[in-house]
Write a protein that binds this ligand. Structure first.
Ligand SMILES: [Zn+2]
Length: 67
């Protein structure tokens, strides 16, 4: 389970990084966006729902691979 790493639209982003729209993921789409800490999570442009769940998949504070 990864419920501790998910946030909803309208909540404040606490960790800068790359996030995946879980609603898209469950629907078979792959939509990822980068958000910075302090920003408010937006709605997803690809989802009909107004509230979606964003899951952190890669914090930007981690050392970046050069690949
Ligand atoms: Zn979505």
């Amino acid at each position: 389970m990864n419920s501790s790493r998910t946030w909803k639209s309208g909540e404040i982003c606490r960790i800068s990084g790359t996030y995946r729209c879980q609603n898209c993921h469950l629907a078979g789409r792959e939509l990822t966006l980068e958000f910075e800490a302090g920003k408010v999570f937006p709605m997803c442009s690809s989802c009909p729902e107004k509230d979606v769940t964003w899951m952190l998949i890669r914090p930007s504070s981690a050392i970046r691979a050069t690949a």
